[in-house]
Write a protein that binds this ligand. Structure first.
Ligand code: FAD
Length: 528
């Protein structure tokens, strides 16, 4: 068998034709982020007929803008949220096993400058180890000053007492989302990006289907489904509102969006293989410096927002805050001129009814599943790390509401995702063919495998993205198949023309070059 026959093509015309074919699906999912894709994979793996529509590109929303940590969440431990941490620690292990080419263990060092810090945080981290139990990735260790500087050579030396080293994981979020989409497709699901849910169809007060609009053709299609899952991230309330209007019940908004900014700088600011954790910033948050794909990610913030922008913009204070806090801990402090990219994600925090929406750190970070009177199953909140457990919970809710006939769960616990293969390369290394795992030979077999466009991206990778990874636009390739927009927006901009020409040849549609150039400028611009 050739590589090509093992790979599913993602020809758009074919996908749209399948979408058009009359069929009543078991489950229709709105939203192609971590949550929706996780549900699609679980449902398809249990043998349900599944369709998923994504208004933009898979992971275009929050799911490509994470801090890239596969983690239990040390900060939730500090908040006493033991069950959330325990579940996430177990899911962490599963994810590292099911997608080892995209998710791996990462050691973190917390430097201590006060005599009480290492023992205080060290005890908490030992508890983190205990909660992980057999899922632990390595024991927490107390470090001397010298050992701390060996692992974090650029940590400030003045007043450094020592540190604590502990283990968590890191991943490539957008590529993991694609692996989920493609694994769900392999299990029989139909997934279509650039296809928004624009209407809900009710019959006798019960939800019976969706109206979706193909963004490329402008055509509206109807999808019939027994069960409809609203996994639209921070945008879930728009669909809940539509549902409420149709059945004469006002749906109260449940999401309080909060934005998190990351800035990316060169690896020289944090050489080595260890991430830096700042346990308590001036505003009481945790801040990370994480080595990722050859660069260093610094972040993040937590700022309430009232709008739901597709491309939220950082506030100047947020960037200043990240740079300022980094300067407190790094001897070589990054300044504004060192920033390679700035990106912002919206957290779908779930709002308790009495909350005034101002204190986002106090809002629930656990996921919530709600089933409306008409049968709309809404899921939001949670985190990337726990997408698999969330999917099981969503399906349990569908069964409990009698929208689907029960089928046993646990099918994704050990399900290896597309491309899964242990890797000798670290996620912290610059991007390259190793990110494709077991699919690397298939990429190398395509035309242009030796033609490097820049930043580890080859002509063959662009062709692979168009043929097998649902890529339609320059942004799809440079932001989410390769991560260059997030790593180095100027470099991404300089490659955009080459990528556009290849995509136009592969897909015969406008690859939206001008829009990408404008977007790259926004990732580069320092907010005023
Ligand atoms: C700054 C930040 C850092 C984070 N860091 C981490 C981390 O390190 N580790 C971790 O585990 N978690 C992290 N998280 C949390 C994690 O990223 C999110 O919980 C997760 O990505 C949410 O996924 P989602 O699918 O619910 O939402 P999204 O990814 O936003 O997906 C929702 C999708 O629905 C689509 N959509 C909306 N409306 C429609 C419609 N009408 N029709 C069709 N599609 C529609 C959107 O385009 C979008 O793609 C972080 C979150 C933030 C904000």
């Amino acid at each position: 068998m050739t590589f090509e026959t093992l790979l599913l093509p993602t020809h758009r015309a074919e996908l749209i034709n399948r979408l058009r074919a009359p069929q009543t699906y078991d489950i229709a999912i709105i939203g192609g982020g971590a949550t929706g894709l996780g549900v699609a994979l679980d449902a398809a793996a249990r043998g349900f007929s599944v369709v998923l529509v994504e208004s933009h590109d898979f992971a275009k929303g929050t799911s490509s803008r994470a801090t890239k940590l596969v983690h239990g969440g040390v900060r939730y431990l500090a908040q006493g949220n033991i069950s959330l941490v325990r579940e996430a620690l177990h899911e962490r292990t599963r994810l590292l096993a099911n997608a080892p080419h995209l998710a791996q263990p990462l050691a973190f060092v917390m430097p201590s400058y006060k005599f009480w810090e290492a023992p205080f945080y060290g005890v908490g981290l030992k508890m983190y180890d205990a909660l992980a139990g057999k899922s632990g990735l390595g024991a927490t260790e107390f470090l001397s000053r010298t050992e701390t500087l060996q692992l974090l050579p650029t940590a400030h030396q003045d007043g450094l007492k020592g540190g604590v080293k502990y283990w968590d994981g890191q991943f490539d979020d957008a590529r993991l989302a694609l692996a989920l989409a493609r694994s769900a497709a392999r299990a029989g699901a139909l997934l279509v990006n650039y296809c928004a849910a624009t209407g809900l169809i009710h019959e006798k007060g019960k939800l019976a289907g969706l109206r979706v609009t193909d963004a490329e053709s402008g055509q509206t299609l109807t999808i019939k489904s027994k069960c409809i899952v609203n996994a639209a991230g921070v945008w879930v309330d728009q669909l809940r509102l539509l549902d409420g209007q149709a059945i004469g019940r006002e749906a109260k908004p449940m999401v309080a969006p909060s934005q998190g900014v990351h800035i990316v700088v060169d690896r020289s600011f944090l050489p080595g293989d260890h991430a830096l954790l700042i346990p308590k910033t001036a505003d009481g948050r945790v801040l990370f410096a994480v080595p990722w794909l050859g660069k260093t990610i610094l972040g993040t913030t937590d700022t309430p927002r009232n709008d739901l922008a597709r491309e939220p913009v950082a506030f100047r204070e947020e960037v200043d805050f990240i740079l300022g806090e980094s300067a407190r801990y790094l001897s070589k402090a990054p300044g504004p001129a060192d920033i390679r990219s700035i990106w912002v994600g919206l957290r779908p925090l779930v709002k308790p009814p009495e909350d005034d929406g101002e204190r986002t750190q106090a809002l629930s970070r656990e996921h919530t599943v709600l089933v409306s009177k008409s049968g709309l199953v809404t899921v939001t909140g949670g985190k990337w790390t726990t997408y698999r457990a969330m999917a099981e919970d969503v399906l349990d809710n569908c069964f409990a509401a009698h929208l689907l006939a029960k089928r046993p769960g646990g099918v994704t616990a050990d399900l290896r995702l597309v491309g899964a293969q242990p890797s000798s390369h670290k996620i912290s290394e610059p991007p390259g063919i190793h990110q494709y795992g077991s699919e690397a030979p298939a990429v190398l077999a395509l035309p242009g495998a030796d033609r490097v466009l820049g930043g580890g991206l080859t002509e063959a990778m662009v062709r692979f993205a168009a043929r097998h990874e649902y890529a339609r636009t320059v942004e799809d390739v440079l932001a989410r198949r390769s991560r260059l927009l997030f790593l180095d927006a100027a470099l991404a901009k300089s490659l955009a023309g080459l990528v556009a020409a290849l995509l136009a040849e592969e897909n015969q549609v406008d690859p939206q070059l001008t829009a990408f150039l404008a977007l790259a400028d926004r990732y580069l611009a320092l907010p005023t």
